[in-house]
Design a protein around this ligand. Sequence first.
Ligand code: MSP
Length: 647
Amino acid sequence: MKKTPYYITTPIYYPSANLHIGNAYTTVAADALARYARLQGKEVLFLTGTDEHGQKIQRIAQEKGVTPKAYVDEIVAGIKDLWQLLNISYDRFIRTTDDYHKESVQKIFKRLYDQGDIYKSEYEGWYCTPCEAFWTESQAGPEHTCPDCGRPLERAKEESYFFRMSKYADRLIEYIEAHPDFIQPESRKNEMLNNFLKPGLQDLAVSRTSFDWGIKVPFDERHVIYVWIDALSNYLSALGYENEAYSDFKTFWPADLHLVGKDIIRFHTIYWPIMLMALDLPLPEHIYGHGWLMFNNEKMSKSKGNIVDPVVLAEHFGVDPIRYFLLREIPFGSDGNFNNEAFIRKINTDLANDLGNLLSRSVTMVEKYFDSVIPEPKVPGTFDEELESILREAPQKVDEAMEHLKIPEALAQIWNIIDRANKYIDETMPWALAKDPEQKDRLGTVLNHLLESLRYVATLLQPFLPETAQKLFDQLGIAPCGFDSLNTLRGMTPGDRVRKGAVIYPRIDLEKKLSELEALAVQDEGAQKPTAKLAPLKPEISIEDFEKIDFRVAKVLACEPMKGAKKLLLLTVDLGNEQRQVVSGIAAHYRPEELVGRSVVLVANLKPAKLRGTLSEGMVLAASDEGDEHLFLVGPQGELPPGSCVR
Ligand code: MSP
């Protein structure tokens, strides 16, 4: 019989830096779904990969003095190692720098151009040179300042190709309304419809001329194709659409599920379906936007210590605890929190206490009372029926949860078996039965039930915790079972032997481990500083150019936050002969009261400009790393009167 195909994808990751546990979350969830589908007997294609083009990567490589390709090659190797470590069972790994992918993207772009969906025009907007970003009129506000850094914006024009998104908007609205589970969870569907589609779509700029690390527009090589057109096409090119590298497009398209984070749901549920409509291709069955994984309730960030580094976590705790925490604790669809304490507590309760103890108690008793030989279930008794009915129902319930992508619920159903089996031990008290030779057969029946429960647990756990499931099968002395084997409650063969092994989850000393992790995080913070990324040097200037700038020492007299602009502070400074007011984007790094009395360096002859409606008469100097993660004001190293020259 032909197997049902199942095509599942993760986003393709930017190899701009090593991945953190938040990125791993999407991939672990996709892996559980892919493994589950394989166990259901489906023909699965699980795709992941990397999104390697774009200005950011070009810039980082330049700063490091290597080619973009050499830079991404190294990061991609690390990403593949991480997936191997986390037991990610992907079938195909696509890189947008692969030739076959480039070929598809160029053909797609050309086709859309030839049929009139892409046209050439000019992009005009408000441009912030330091941030290299265009802003619309409403984003720039009445003062035309950059919403990110507060600096004045310039009117700028760039030639670009545009995609006629507007042409397909109504068709897409109709489609979404007719297919209620196309975008999931429902809240995201409503957000897309009400906030983006219904107010009207603007045509999308789909090429850039400001950098060149990307796939060239085939008929106009000054342009590179916008990174999202390049990236989204991966779902097609990986199947051999418009290339010869693969030939399973017919089998696997349309995709069953694109799993993505909520931050990129708009690209996947608006731009992507419109591209597919323009290409006359069917749309994917489901697009699921999961929530964010937060670290101690803050958005995960690379500067928060290496403890969110999945490699470090795996070294300390093993891989399955990470998979378990991500899959069980993060409500699928909404944001969830990761912190070391909650993580360790969860390992101790669910994995060590509940599952680990059930296994070791059961196998130990079979070893002790039956010389490791699996006993026959000869004498039914009270409590058996309830446990059996939980076992009978569990596969169906897990199935229902997985059908609706409720992964935590599926795991909760498996833990329901574990909890019930632990309770069954308390109820039947096998240690007491063992004291009475007359009860030997009843004891054998109880132990048989426990082993059978563990077999159900192991079988159902395979997609989620593959290593743990294997350990359970090993100790039960059986080969891994398929889902079909759960149609009968007689899966263990009496007479076969269990094989007691090591404790699968030793209890972790919470306090001790937390302080170890704390120490590591501190070390890591220190280690990060010298490797800060450097901006490339600007072109040479003459001494005359330099002398045009009048740097002066200025003393901060007063400082207050700027209303409505979180990043800005308003400083009043003494310049010797006069006072000035200066708006500065340093609010994320200094509290106003810290600055009063300090001497700073001011560019005193900079043309005054209005920032967020407030006049700024100069600019204070600060040193910062790339991305402004660390920023320090510059000032004289000793006492000098305000107004002193800086040369
Ligand atoms: N390259 C694009 C995707 C293109 S897909 C055609 C991209 N890459 S990314 O590396 O920035 O992000 C990849 C995925 O990681 C996204 O789904 C994003 O939501 C997810 N996550 C990044 N940080 C995350 C958390 N802290 N928590 C959960 N998911 C997170 O976007």
